[in-house]
Design a protein around this ligand. Structure first.
Ligand SMILES: *[C@@H]1O[C@H](CO)[C@@H](O)[C@H](O)[C@H]1NC(C)=O
Ligand SMILES: *[C@@H]1O[C@H](CO)[C@@H](O)[C@H](O)[C@H]1NC(C)=O
Ligand SMILES: *[C@@H]1O[C@H](CO)[C@@H](O)[C@H](O)[C@H]1NC(C)=O
Ligand SMILES: *[C@@H]1O[C@H](CO)[C@@H](O)[C@H](O)[C@H]1NC(C)=O
Ligand SMILES: *[C@@H]1O[C@H](CO)[C@@H](O)[C@H](O)[C@H]1NC(C)=O
Length: 384
């Protein structure tokens, strides 16, 4: 799929071009856990996840260019690259561990008799590639958008009783905006994306519920304006009190507003359903504001700057056309920092094992970051 490379290249070139121009517990036995209402906690089975690179446990490895297939990705925890965009575990990994369940296998490595699986794919969008192209004239890095992930789910679970299933609906929709921003689409184009993305997510939740799932976690979007790469390429533009890029924050805040409205609408329709919202932005900002308490001494710089630059270098040499050269030579750093546990950002876009773990702990233990709280998960999980 050569177009993949071309588009990664375009994405990165656009990002670097704007830099220079701006210059600037589960109680498996079924006995009562520490439950608020003392109800037994049944094991969830199967556990299914959807989303983008922040939830992908290895699906993106099938793409021709996958930075997460190379060291030092995975170095802190797995000691080898697994396709996860982090030095270690993702939030879904911390959740399954808290439930005393194994890590979710990616869909591409699904074992025949183990129904739990993860459909999330790095680069995935909420809108189909076709819809995104039509609305914003941008091309997604992967065709595995939310609708395709749902098709896989419907197919794979056709003979599975889903009444005890848990669905983790990871972040999705961020890339739709990332692609449009990287292609420098004007605000009026970004504006056209919110409602169709909300509809796509709403449609997906309906599909999941109609197939008999009643336990769903919906993870909100990360605070886009705090993501390291945006801080770098938009350095010099207006920031908010947390030091995050104001204009980009407004995108994720607005998307999350729609997301909460979708959950509220869907919950009214499916009264038996337990839908929990993880307020990813609130948890991230809380950690940012209390960084020292959580041992994060480096809140903006990524621990590893080689992944994206290295990809840029490889795409420049393999691309079948001659793009304008970036103004500065990429710095290829093969080594990550020595102390990733003190960093929030792993590779400029994705977060460290330490950050994902801290966030999941907040979702499972602190009423400020999940709603409702307590919920169907709090009595089933054990965090250390
Ligand atoms: C879509 O983008 C391409 C390449 O960026 C450009 O050549 C084309 O004119 C755009 N089409 C529309 C309808 O804006
Ligand atoms: C699915 O499982 C639930 C609970 O384990 C059970 O009550 C229900 O009858 C099952 N449904 C079917 C169609 O087998
Ligand atoms: C933004 O620019 C300032 C001044 O040039 C520099 O000191 C700072 O490190 C830059 N921040 C980022 C995140 O690149
Ligand atoms: C939620 O439902 C209301 C009332 O039906 C509707 O107007 C609104 O568009 C829905 N919101 C979303 C984000 O789907
Ligand atoms: C922070 O680091 C110290 C010293 O390494 C450790 O004792 C403490 O448990 C850490 N705190 C968190 C929240 O990880």
């Amino acid at each position: 799929m050569p177009t993949f490379r071309v588009h990664i290249l375009l994405l990165l070139l656009c990002l670097s071009a704007s830099t220079s121009s701006a210059h600037k517990q589960l109680n498996k036995t079924g006995t009562a856990g520490p439950s608020p209402n003392n109800m037994a906690c049944k094991p969830f089975y199967p556990i299914i996840a959807f989303g983008d690179s922040t939830t992908d446990t290895g699906n993106q490895l099938r793409e021709p260019v996958s930075p997460a297939a190379h060291p030092p990705y995975g170095s802190s925890f797995f000691k080898r690259p697994t396709g996860r965009y982090s030095d270690g575990r993702l939030m879904i990994d911390f959740l399954t561990t808290a439930l005393k369940e194994p890590f979710l296998p990616p869909h591409i490595a699904r074992r025949p008799h183990f129904a739990s699986e993860n459909f999330a794919v790095g680069g995935a969008t909420a809108l189909s590639a076709k819809a995104l192209h039509k609305l914003a004239n941008v091309t997604s890095l992967t065709p595995e958008s939310l609708d395709r992930q749902l098709l896989g789910f419907v197919y794979d679970t056709a003979h599975t009783n889903l009444s005890d299933a848990l669905v983790y609906f990871g972040e999705i929709g961020g890339n739709d905006f990332n692609y449009a921003l990287a292609a420098r689409r004007p605000p009026r184009v970004l504006e056209t994306l919110f409602v169709p993305i909300a509809h796509e997510i709403s449609h997906s939740l309906h599909t999941i519920l109609k197939h008999g799932v009643s336990n769903i976690v919906v993870q909100g979007q990360f605070p886009m304006g705090c993501i390291s790469v945006y801080l770098k390429v938009l350095n010099g533009t207006k920031t908010d009190k947390n030091g995050c890029i104001d204009a980009v924050m407004r995108i994720s805040d607005r998307h999350n507003h729609y997301l909460k409205e979708v959950i509220s609408n869907v919950s009214k329709e499916y009264k038996h359903a337990n839908i929990v919202y993880f307020d990813t932005t609130a948890a991230y900002l809380h950690i940012l504001q209390n960084a020292a308490k959580y041992n994060f001494t480096n809140v903006k710089e990524p621990c590893y700057v080689g992944g994206l630059e290295m990809l840029l270098a490889s795409t420049v040499s393999t691309a079948s056309f001659s793009p304008a050269q970036p103004q500065h030579k990429p710095i290829i750093k093969k080594e990550a920092c020595k102390n990733p546990q003190n960093y929030i950002s792993w590779d400029g876009i994705h977060l460290t094992d330490a950050m994902y773990g801290t966030m999941m702990k907040l979702f499972l233990t602190d009423s400020k970051f999940s709603s409702p709280f307590p919920n169907f998960l709090t009595k089933c999980t054990k965090t250390h």
